[in-house]
Design a protein around this ligand. Structure first.
Ligand SMILES: CCCCCCCCC/C=C/C(=O)SCCNC(=O)CCNC(=O)[C@H](O)C(C)(C)COP(=O)(O)OP(=O)(O)OC[C@H]1O[C@@H](n2cnc3c(N)ncnc32)[C@H](O)[C@@H]1OP(=O)(O)O
Length: 208
């Protein structure tokens, strides 16, 4: 399975910030449950999963990419990373776990505290993506890599993948409701809503 975007220049802008701003606790919980389930399905997928990152990939976009088995990113101006702290929010523990599994403890600690967004070359140097190629080469490179992965006996690959990812998947599975409630409580704090409001205004201002 290849994840790619139909929007030029944007792999994924992450979660819909407007869903987290001035929403009701009930809607926040439903929103979060949907995200948890999508992620559990993706990270736990038996399929070979690859991200064709042909544009920006902040926050939830970075999570999507990191949750795949392989990542190819376009060189150029695009950025990728978990930038949550810059919005005044905190990457949930399972976002952090996936990043830890991808780039290790020291780089994750720096990346998360700074809310760092990396260029493709920087992302390559810390192992956040596996390959960087010109934009037009992203999809052919993914397809070529997919052929390599398809050579491996599927049952052996799936058992290996599952055992590598099980602990992180189980950690969320065992506390889904608590996590959803925590999200709804956290996101509705006055200070967090204020930060999100300012961030949304800054995105809109950038456009004008
Ligand atoms: C402890 C644990 C507790 C839990 C604590 C909570 C944890 C939550 C975890 C959060 C995870 C996330 O993914 S939070 C989401 C983080 N995402 C971001 O920071 C991305 C913000 N967006 C950008 O940087 C840029 O838009 C970017 C993607 C690079 C594209 O830039 P462009 O110049 O091409 O386009 P823009 O003009 O900026 O954007 C076009 C329009 O889309 C809107 N837009 C852009 N991104 C958007 C988004 N994510 N959600 C909604 N709307 C968005 C803009 O406001 C514009 O709206 P109009 O002006 O109306 O047209």
């Amino acid at each position: 399975m290849v994840l790619a975007s139909a929007a030029p220049g944007i792999f994924s802008a992450g979660l819909d910030i407007l869903e987290m701003y001035q929403s009701t606790p009930e809607r926040c919980v439903a929103f979060w449950r949907a995200l948890q389930d999508a992620w559990l399905n993706l990270y736990g997928s038996r399929l070979i999963t690859m991200a064709a990152i042909e544009g920006h990939s902040p926050a939830g976009g970075c999570l999507l990419a990191m949750s795949c088995d392989y990542r190819v990113m376009a060189e150029g101006k695009f950025q990728i990373g978990l930038n949550e702290t810059k919005l005044g929010i905190v990457a949930p523990f399972w976002f952090t776990d996936v990043m830890l599994n991808t780039i290790g403890h020291r780089e994750t600690e720096k990346a998360l505290q700074l809310g760092a967004l990396y260029s493709a070359q920087q992302a390559l140097s810390i192992g956040l993506v596996d390959k960087v190629v010109p934009l037009a080469e992203v999809m052919p490179t993914v397809e070529g890599e997919l052929k390599n992965w398809l050579q491996i006996p599927a049952a052996a690959r799936v058992i290996t993948k599952t055992s590598m990812r099980k602990a992180v998947l189980d950690r969320l599975r065992s506390q889904k409701e608590k996590d959803a409630q925590f999200f709804a409580d956290f996101i509705n704090r006055d200070s967090v809503q204020k930060s999100l409001g300012m961030y949304i205004a800054s995105l809109q201002k950038k456009k004008n």
